[in-house]
Design a protein around this ligand. Structure first.
Ligand SMILES: Nc1nc2c(c(=O)[nH]1)N[C@H]1C(S)=C(S)[C@@H](COP(=O)(O)O)O[C@H]1N2
Ligand SMILES: [Mo]
Length: 243
């Protein structure tokens, strides 16, 4: 029987295809196109999303809106923390709230809210979109995360910033493209007032190029690192949540 494609050709072709994929994966990794969580169920899809987002939007800005587009009723997702430590700090107007900055930095620092507010501030009217379908537009005020990373002297090998909430089960991380992005803020103000407790007051991460859950509330610690291994576990949601 004359079979135009021999079994051997199929096998060698398959091997070449796999080698090609491996080479492409290596190149993609070297160029920052592979997300750090590649072992999960949705990993192939997440890798493609991340790579294409990074290629298309590395330098782009999240859309900004006008004052008239600010939502009349912003939606706080959940109640402020009920634990004693938070309530105590809240009862004193959060004057003793602190954020510790450590990891791969030349100068580990602990900053007060007064410190954060003494740095150049940045305002943006952007959309916060929850993965569950609701969203709102608000004006956010804060200090650029890049300013804090400069201040602490983030080392050149650093690849991620992990951020932690006073709520023990809330933490997340962004890569340097988002950490150094001009719209990424440590946010302490909303709609011309202090950030309300329901929205993460006194301090939350604002990453307008990613979905709501990356915008962790009640931030107490930043950790600069070159790996997420041992720091962040894959949860139900994709690590990269670009929109
Ligand atoms: N500490 C903490 N951060 C959090 C959450 C939370 O429950 N606790 N919810 C997240 C989710 S799922 C979303 S959509 C946004 C909601 O922000 P908002 O409460 O200002 O609407 O905050 C994110 N950050
Ligand atoms: Mo969300």
């Amino acid at each position: 029987m004359s079979n135009p494609i021999s079994r051997r050709k199929v096998i060698t072709g398959g091997v070449a295809a796999v080698a090609g994929v491996a080479a492409a994966a290596h190149l993609a990794d070297r160029n920052g196109l592979v997300p750090p969580t590649t072992g999960k169920l949705y990993a192939p899809g997440e890798t493609l999303t991340y790579a294409s987002q990074r290629l298309l939007t590395n330098h782009s800005l999240a859309r900004e809106f006008s004052h008239s587009q600010i939502s009349a009723k912003p939606f706080p997702n959940g109640d402020p923390p009920k634990d004693e430590a938070y309530r105590q700090l809240q009862s004193e107007g959060f004057k003793d709230w602190q954020v510790a900055v450590g990891g791969m930095v030349a100068r580990p620092v602990t900053l007060s809210m007064a410190d954060l507010k003494s740095y150049p501030s940045s305002n943006q009217i952007t959309h916060l979109a929850c993965e569950e379908g609701w969203s709102f537009i608000a004006e956010w005020k804060g200090v650029r995360l890049s300013h804090i990373l400069d201040l602490a002297g983030a080392q050149p090998q650093a690849r991620f910033v992990v951020y932690y909430s006073i709520q023990k089960d809330w933490m997340d991380a962004v890569d340097m493209a988002d950490a150094l992005h001009p719209q990424t803020l440590l946010c302490y103000g909303m709609n011309g007032d202090v950030l309300p407790p329901g929205h993460g007051g006194p301090l939350r991460m604002r990453v307008p190029r990613q979905l709501g859950y990356k915008n962790v509330k009640y931030i107490t610690r930043l950790m600069v690192t070159d790996t997420l291994r041992g720091h962040i576990q894959g949860g139900d949601y994709s690590w990269y949540a670009g929109i």
